[in-house]
Design a protein around this ligand. Structure first.
Ligand SMILES: [Zn+2]
Ligand SMILES: [Zn+2]
Length: 341
């Protein structure tokens, strides 16, 4: 099969012929129809997040496709089934795994980010049938972003649910694919006013389309004062989809006492919590990670029902994966790039 592999940090991906995996007992081979190009892949490819245990590796952790073949013992899916692939694979045995938060496994085996190859390839080997969520109506390649771009904000918002009140605004910083789903889900699940912040004009326009009530320029030196004024003294929940020093500072400063800051983006910033200076009393801080299989089932159900509408998607063939990477690096992508191997 053809696959795009990373051979060394900082190098372009190499599109090449590799052996097609064969599903063993309990395993499933999925013909990939869509693999979302995630911003975190940029951090991995560049070596900023040197997490890969081996090279060459096929990246791609936001996958959907059609079941091609199943190994002995697989009962829940059959060849021909359209599926979204949960990507936070774990050991199945640690406390996080047995409690269902497998993406937080002590020894993660995340697809496309560990020893397991990912979806930038014609076929993807999935080790367990429980990682697959069947699709009824949605086209797999259109559903691929649900596996991360929608699932990750879904979990962050679910965990912040007690802080979300319709008479108080929530803050969303960073309106890439995850931030866009974040705005949609905040409106859908909690019905709160949303203030969105981004440094990019195109993204700010997209934020409005996604349903943000107020949209601010992150480069404006008055942005904090604007958030405070629009929220009547601070938001009850802030979602930082960037995670830089500057955005974490804004998130903390813009949150009122007894509120919550959720960090989702991994831009390497430090959250400085100094009471009376950078953060109010009883403000909770949580860095959330991805989502669970059950949460992915819920996200897929919302999308299948039409209540969660898709973000803009740009499709790129496998051969153009390095151009796609450059487009994402230079912020030229309004929604999500999905590779169609
Ligand atoms: Zn991702
Ligand atoms: Zn585990």
């Amino acid at each position: 099969m053809r696959a795009a592999r990373l051979h060394a940090y900082g190098q372009p991906l190499v599109v090449e012929e590799v052996p097609t995996p064969e599903p063993g007992p309990g395993q499933i081979l999925v013909r990939v129809q869509g693999a979302g190009f995630c911003h975190s892949d940029l951090h991995v490819i560049s070596g900023e997040l040197p997490v890969l245990p081996r090279m060459p590796l096929i990246l791609g952790h936001e996958n959907a496709g059609v079941v091609e073949a199943v190994g002995p013992g697989v009962r829940a899916v059959a060849p021909g089934d359209p599926v979204v692939v949960f990507g936070g694979w774990g050991c199945g045995f640690c406390d996080s795994c047995v409690e269902g938060a497998e993406q937080l496994c002590a020894t993660p085996g995340w697809v496309g980010l560990s020893n397991y190859d990912g979806g930038y390839a014609e076929y993807l080997l999935v080790p367990q049938e429980r990682y697959l969520v069947k699709l009824a109506k949605l086209e797999p390649r259109a559903a691929a972003p649900l596996a991360d771009a929608a699932l990750t904000p879904y979990r962050a918002i679910r965990l912040a649910r007690p802080y979300l009140q319709p008479d108080h605004a929530a803050l969303v910083i960073g309106v890439g694919g995850l931030g866009q789903y974040g705005i949609k889900l905040l409106k859908l699940l909690a019905g709160v006013p949303v203030i969105a912040v981004d440094i990019d004009e195109t993204k700010r326009a997209v934020a409005r389309e996604c349903g943000a009530d107020h949209v601010l320029d992150g480069r404006d030196p008055e942005v904090l004062a604007q958030v405070q004024s629009l929220s009547g003294g601070g938001v009850t929940a802030a979602f930082d989809f960037v995670g830089s020093d500057a955005t974490l500072e804004l998130s903390l400063a813009a949150t009122r006492p007894r509120g919550k800051v959720s960090q989702i983006g991994l831009a390497g910033g430090t959250a400085k919590l100094r009471v009376l200076q950078t953060v109010g009393f009883e403000v909770a801080f949580e860095a959330t990670l991805w989502g669970t299989v059950k949460e992915l089932r819920e996200v897929v159900a919302l999308a299948e029902s039409g209540r969660l509408t898709p973000i803009d998607v740009v499709y790129r063939p496998l051969d153009e994966i390095n151009q796609a990477k450059e487009e994402l690096e230079h912020g030229r992508v309004g929604g999500r790039i999905v590779i169609t191997p």
